[in-house]
Unconditional design. Structure first.
Length: 117
């Protein structure tokens, strides 16, 4: 079954940054313990500390849809109200995940092409 990544990006004013970070912290703790949520992390942009990103990983679209229907999700949506620019929310369905094996395969393939020359 495909996994789902949920990504929310907002840009907040400097005066609302602390409040937005507090809200993200308040939301991410309990969210990570929800059924089907395998990861929930908040990030700050290195070049613009007022640009915040919330990334959630869900075991299935069904798990995410259950969460979207809850009051807790409404709290997440309130972060969007703090954004000074149109917020960005994306949902990615992931059918395959690879790790170092992909890097090794690609680099080994490149080495074998170099040997043929």
């Amino acid at each position: 079954m495909p996994r789902v990544l949920s990504i929310l990006r907002v840009t907040v004013s400097s005066s609302r940054r602390k409040g937005a970070l507090d809200l993200l912290n308040f939301i991410t703790g309990p969210m990570c313990n929800l059924p089907g949520c395998t990861s929930c992390q908040a990030y700050e942009d290195l070049h613009n500390p007022n640009r915040l990103t919330l990334v959630e990983e869900w075991e299935s679209l069904e798990d995410l849809e259950k969460h979207i229907g809850t009051d807790d999700y409404r709290k997440k949506l309130s972060i969007m109200d703090l954004s000074t620019q149109p917020p960005e929310i994306l949902f990615h369905t992931v059918s395959e995940t690879r790790g170092m094996d992909l890097i090794t395969a690609v680099r080994d393939r490149g080495k074998s092409k170099e040997l043929v020359k």
